[in-house]
Design a protein around this ligand. Sequence first.
Ligand SMILES: [Fe+2]
Ligand SMILES: [Fe+2]
Length: 372
Amino acid sequence: MNMPRKLISQRGKMSGLNWAYWMSQERYALENPALLEKKVALAQKFWEKRDAEGLCLLLPSTTRLTFLITHHADLQKLGMFEQMLFDTFAHDPCPSRDQWKGLFLRADRQRLLAIGDPLPAGEHFTLYRGTGKGNQLKYRRGMSWTLNPHTAAWFALRFKGVDQFCPAPAVFTLTVPRDKVFFHRREESELAVEIWACGKVERVESLPIAIPAGAKNDALLQLDLTRILQYGQSKFRCGPASVHGPAHWQRVLSEGLSLAEESGADVVVVALFALLHDVCRLDDGGDPDHGKRAAGLIGTMQGDFFKLKPAQMKTLLEACRLHTAGKRSRDVTIGTCWDADRLDLGRVGTTPDSKFMSTAAGRNRLRQPRRN
Ligand SMILES: [Fe+2]
Ligand SMILES: [Fe+2]
């Protein structure tokens, strides 16, 4: 497709920046001259106003890093470099560490720190990093780490089911001195660190429970889900390879939290249901009373493992007691628990049927299965 003549003529007018080139790196912009013209005008405006955030949002995602590398000197002169580096690093899905290293070493560290959220207290930070590619060095020693092991596990598992991206999910840990941190982003409890100047990376022995960074529910984050999972495992009689065992509980948890974002379910109840609803199974057969036994066990955990409000406890007990009966529920929280459980029926060779789904979120998921 030919580029509009008016846009080509703008070449050279903007500090040597060819906006038409940068903005036409996405096919839909190239095929729509009016849109391309608008984007070029906007880019020019952002550049003149030194609005690095606006420019970063406007640039096609596949182009930001190349733009940053190509124009780092201009960006530094105009005081836009650190903001563009910060935004590009946050958005780039598969960076090469060497490219980032060159860019970060050029940056003013104090400026980067000021752009991010304030650093947490302490002279050292224990950080985690999740990868679906196991022990491979370039994934293990990346620059982006999180303070939250559950977020790291979620990253390690986010492409589960897509083998080429996630053949070996693993979480690594590292202790980093305060002066090796470039910036902090509270959103994912993320710290970008000078990894080439940091010490040894260790693998976390058992994968922590995966919780998406978007799960901002304080009550959920206060639960010690790892301890609850371990307690459930200690009570479970069917062995770790059971189709109703810990791997199933983790999948129900991950699916349940994802459904809850749509259904509005109580995520604390959903998480506890996921980890405990099947722990009292005596075998992998029918065992119709395992839900009632799970409810009995949950009653004994209140106060020690969690402090649920009476209404939450009632909902959780009902969800566990009745999940074996194959019903639907009008209660969004109970319905979300049961839908998350049913969505994992594929593990036993059964395709879930939308007529048994309680929530719209569950029915939607059957139409559009999630990839992570
Ligand atoms: Fe069950
Ligand atoms: Fe289950």
